[in-house]
Design a protein around this ligand. Sequence first.
Ligand code: ASP
Length: 344
Amino acid sequence: MKRSLKPMFALLLCLTTMSVSAQKKENKYILVIHGGAGTITRANMSAEKEVAYRAALTLALQKGYDALKAGKTSLDAVEAAIHVMEDSPLFNAGKGAVFTHDGRNEMDASLMDGKTLMAGAVAGVTTIKNPISAARAVMEKSEHVMMVGPGAEAFAKQAGLEIVDPSYFYTKERWDGLQKAIKEDSTKAVLDHGSKKSMKLGTINKDYKFGTVGAVALDQAGNLAAGTSTGGMTNKKYGRVGDSPIIGAGTYANNETAGISCTGWGEFYIRNVVAHDISAMMEYKQLSVADAAKAVLDKVGKMGGDGGLIALDKKGHVTMPFNTEGMYRGTVTADGKIEVLIYK
Ligand code: ASP
């Protein structure tokens, strides 16, 4: 009797352990997004606008969550969430991107895979409906990391991505934003979503408060990915490229540390190599993702730059710091719980 029970007991134990570890694995997937940081205060926000932003952010989280729940990769989740925000005129990415000084929409995007450290980026593109997908195509279908301008557009077309007339990206609000910026100081580029510091410098109107979009995900297999997409800064000089498409500045992902997507005054993020610096601090100094992100954002602030970022480590710890009044941001966890935040 004793003998015959043994294998059964072993099988039971094995099954229990398997189901616990499967549960654990499934439980940790998570998605974090941002829709830009800036002068976003309750006083500046109408009730309808707030409802619209919350709905768009919730939809982006839901789409990314659906991908993760279905067992798709973190890259799929990041791309799905960013698509929603690129397609929404509310955000400074894809439809609704800000205008350059000469009245064009020149967009930048990047994506990185934390498992393989493969990355892709496009900059200064004007006809690709979803620049984040072009960044992914560069990563997966070319031997390069970054492509710019007409070359990137030709490549995206060849990769089967949707190409649109540049007029698709037009919104009246962004056009008016450009006219306002030119009137205030035609030589200065302004952050779409404003900042106290740059307002003090007289370069920003408090109405500029919408921004770049980004997402970071951890999938069921435990892999991280991060992506960022933007129209850049209103009234930027034609050809100007910000931090968003620069791997290590606006975007970085490494399974050993974290996935990071930034938003803010791009020049400061490039000079501080923000996203990679956070990963490096975690790797070399064993800082937590929250401490590393805070330390790096403090450096940006001391130098005179502002903005925010989202970061997610390999264990699913999230941090979403910013040194502006607000940042559109949100998370969705494996249980499907969606949280959307806007203000401090
Ligand atoms: N970081 C972006 C850029 O400088 C702007 C933003 O985050 O809104 O291009």
